[in-house]
Design a protein around this ligand. Structure first.
Ligand SMILES: Cc1cc2nc3c(=O)[nH]c(=O)nc-3n(C[C@H](O)[C@H](O)[C@H](O)COP(=O)(O)OP(=O)(O)OC[C@H]3O[C@@H](n4cnc5c(N)ncnc54)[C@H](O)[C@@H]3O)c2cc1C
Length: 423
């Protein structure tokens, strides 16, 4: 029996895959998507409330992902990884996000450390020497992930204009024999206390510091001089445990570089889809809010009385509104993840910002509509909807492409060609 037929035969609402039923996927994509959906449904979903309540890191989910091989999702195949391309990563991430937002969001930081140093870096210009050294360094990073199950984080934010891509990072790396001495502070470092390596962005400490001198380097969690500070008691995405990192004269060896000197700046300018990778988590949450609403109105949510509410026209209209918004969001998501490449045309760039904006804002809006439509009992802590609502609120706040900054970029870049001004 096909998946579709099995769904129909169950007599209950069975959520479709995150891509929608019958979306064209390769056999490999189907299998990875199936694996992520299965882990999410059978393991992550039931644990999500506890991580949220405790604001604790989803260690069990990471152990499951490690066992299933998902931690090496974006490690290229020739290094022993699964070699997922950009679109495959996005689909898998969205499938996880549907069951545990904090797991998907932190998985983004981990997986993208390999995606960016892997297939994305392959597209960038490097000298032959840079390429050879990068090859050597990344082999070490990938070996840790493949053989030791190491986890990487991406703490970039500092509470300044740097994470928005508007100023050099204040965390400084001073060149020394065999490596770098790092000093500075990062805020909102997801996976703090859980990651084995923190892939930080810092600025080379030299006169006339510029954004071109951004260095992307992994600081081992046990490096002397690195400490984790501050509380973590936020509105949503509580399982990400995004505390502060303080670097005080931390020595980091040359081989910890995730990209050669100066190459991150090129990546940020030429491979803009690298900043959409937070959005799949919220695509998953949008789908989860819709799924919950359908099951709830049909009286099928486990642990609740089998009371149907689907017969009221107002509910049907609200569900129609949600479905339309979900389809708009998904269509844009599936479209842009296939457009990822170096130097995309302006048209694709504008669509990319629009997709980021749409996914982040619609995810929260779908959760809002879900709560309004399902009613008072649906917001109890014993059910997932109120958590989805809180988690979804975080998406549009995330730099470098907050909802506001997406609007800024679309408006400006639509009206001006590079170098144009009205002076
Ligand atoms: C759950 C969660 C997990 C996170 N995990 C990580 C992580 O792992 N790594 C990481 O690096 N960061 C992480 N962040 C941080 C995130 O990306 C943002 O840096 C953070 O939310 C920004 O907060 P802020 O108030 O300091 O931003 P501010 O810099 O104070 O900006 C506030 C708002 O002003 C607007 N703004 C900022 N700069 C400009 C500008 N130049 N022009 C116009 N408008 C502007 C933006 O819309 C922004 O939302 C996480 C955030 C959350 C909520």
């Amino acid at each position: 029996m096909s998946d579709h037929a099995a769904r129909q035969a169950s007599g209950r609402y069975v959520p479709p895959p995150i891509t929608g039923e019958d979306y064209p996927l390769s056999a490999e994509q189907k299998s990875l998507l199936g694996l992520a959906e299965e882990l999410g449904r059978t393991r992550f979903a039931e644990r999500a409330a506890r991580y949220d309540r405790e604001a604790s890191f989803p260690f069990e989910n990471y152990a499951d992902m490690r066992d299933a091989g998902l931690l090496k999702l974006c490690v290229p195949k020739r290094y022993g990884g699964l070699g997922a391309d950009y679109a495959t990563y996005c689909i898998v991430s969205a499938a996880i996000g549907r069951h545990c937002g904090a797991t998907a969001l932190t998985f983004n930081m981990h997986a993208c450390s390999q995606l960016w140093s892997g297939l994305l870096a392959d597209d960038l210009e490097m000298t032959a020497d840079q390429r050879a050294i990068h090859e050597q360094y990344r082999a070490r990073h990938y070996r840790r992930v493949v053989e030791e199950g190491s986890i990487y984080a991406q703490p970039f934010s500092e509470g300044s204009a740097a994470a928005a891509g508007k100023a050099p990072f204040g965390t400084l790396a001073e060149k020394t024999d065999g490596g770098w001495v790092v000093n500075g502070r990062k805020i909102f470092a997801s996976l703090s206390g859980a990651a084995h390596y923190y892939g930080v962005l810092c600025t080379e400490d030299k006169p006339d510091r510029s954004m071109r001198d951004t260095l992307y380097i992994a600081v081992p969690a046990d490096a002397p001089g690195l400490s984790i500070t501050g509380d973590w008691d936020p509105l949503g995405m509580r399982g990400t445990v995004s505390r502060n990192l303080v670097f005080k004269d931390v020595f980091v060896a040359d081989h910890e570089q995730l990209m050669p000197r100066g190459v991150y700046y090129q990546a940020a300018a030429r491979w803009p889809h690298m900043f959409l990778t937070l959005a799949p988590t919220y695509m998953g949450i949008a789908q989860a809010a819709y799924d919950f609403t359908i099951a709830y109105l049909r009286g099928e949510v486990p642990g609740t009385p089998p009371v149907k509410r689907r017969m009221y026209p107002t509910k049907q209209i609200a569900v129609a509104e949600m479905r339309i918004r979900l389809e708009q969001t998904r269509a844009l998501f599936l479209h842009v993840i296939r457009e990822a490449r170096i130097d995309p045309p302006k048209d694709a760039r504008l669509r990319l910002y629009a997709a980021q904006y749409t996914i982040m804002e619609n995810s929260n809006d779908l959760c809002r509509l879900a709560l309004r439509t399902c009613g008072g009992q649906s917001m109890l802590k014993s059910l997932p909807l109120e958590r989805l609502y809180r988690d979804s609120r975080c998406g549009a706040l995330m730099l470098p492409w907050t909802a506001e900054l997406c609007m800024d970029r679309i408006g400006r870049e639509a009206l001006y060609e590079p170098g144009e001004s009205d002076d």
